[in-house]
Write a protein that binds this ligand. Structure first.
Ligand code: URA
Length: 294
């Protein structure tokens, strides 16, 4: 019989999975459990027990990039809440890049996209939505940030990155010598996923055409993908974040830099140095000096 995890262990496992996901590590294997090591006399035979329903986090296999040791057991519930970790769906080809909109018409063109989205019910995320989060910033920005999806603060205010992660993003932007009003900020999904979980592929793919349209209107010279979800959907391929950082990709006519999500940096501030190295690549691409004001 499957026993529920106690809340503290469950939270620790979820945090661990988020941590790995933010690093771009998405594949896991399960280490066989030695029945002699379990102290619980009632514990079922591990061979017949669904994955990790009662295991300590340390017993969940380390993330790996090879595929030969995949466990095909049913997913535990905490993994079901992180569908992007296990989802291995194909990506549809991105739509053609739209014709350029003159700078003076970009605000109106963005408003048209917002009007097209309307009071959206295209995916299940609308059910928990308070406010749809379209975007924020300069329609003529040279630099655009793309996050994953709104959190609680964003859902309440209808603006992207206004919570704790947003504060950190503002600081990152300031460190680049820019003001938030000078950049454009949007997300892969425009409605808050329940409990801030990763958007389901179906949700992300439903919303993605609107993000592509936003990019086509703003025409940023440089895009910064904040975290694995943004990188995955912008590039149309799931790859470990570690392999995507440190180089310049090309997406919809823009140069794309991949870095850590600010929420991940709040959990592991030691990685801020790495994120700063990524932002310096973006600055170099924009011809910005660390102290300059664009
Ligand atoms: N995290 C995101 O990915 N986007 C937001 O807008 C806020 C937090």
């Amino acid at each position: 019989m499957t026993r529920p995890l106690d809340p503290a262990t469950r939270e620790a496992l979820v945090e661990r999975m988020r941590f790995y996901r933010d690093l771009g590590l998405t594949d896991f294997y399960r280490r066989p459990v030695d029945a002699a090591l379990t102290t619980d006399a009632d514990a079922p035979d591990p061979a017949s027990e669904p994955l990790a329903s009662s295991h300590h986090p340390a017993e969940v296999g380390a993330p790996g990039l090879a595929s030969e040791t995949w466990d095909s057991s049913p997913q535990p519930s905490f993994l079901a809440e992180e569908p992007a970790i296990s989802a291995r769906k194909g990506f549809s080809p991105p739509p053609q890049i739209a014709a350029a909109v003159p700078a003076a018409g970009r605000a109106a063109a963005l408003q048209l996209i917002r009007d097209d989205i309307g009071d959206c019910t295209r995916c299940a995320l609308h059910q928990g939505r308070n406010k749809l989060v379209f975007a924020d910033g300069d329609p003529n920005a040279r630099l655009m940030f793309v996050g994953e999806g709104p959190g609680a603060d964003e859902d309440a205010q209808g603006l992207p990155f206004v919570g704790r992660a947003g504060q950190l993003l503002n600081n990152m932007i300031a460190a680049m010598g820019l003001r938030r009003e000078q950049v454009f900020i949007a997300n892969v999904v425009k409605c808050r996923p329940p409990g801030n979980r990763t958007p389901e592929p179906e949700e992300a793919n439903t919303c993605l055409p609107f993000l592509f349209r936003q990019i086509d209107v703003v025409r940023p010279e440089v895009l910064v993908a904040l975290g694995a979800t943004a990188a995955t959907y912008l590039l149309g391929a799931r790859q470990p974040l570690a392999g995507l950082r440190g180089r310049v990709h090309s997406v919809r006519g823009a140069r794309l830099i991949v870095t850590y999500h600010p929420a991940y940096l709040l959990r592991d501030p030691r990685q801020k140095k790495e994120a700063w190295a990524d932002l310096q690549i973006a600055m170099r691409e924009l011809g910005l000096e660390p102290s300059s004001r664009a």
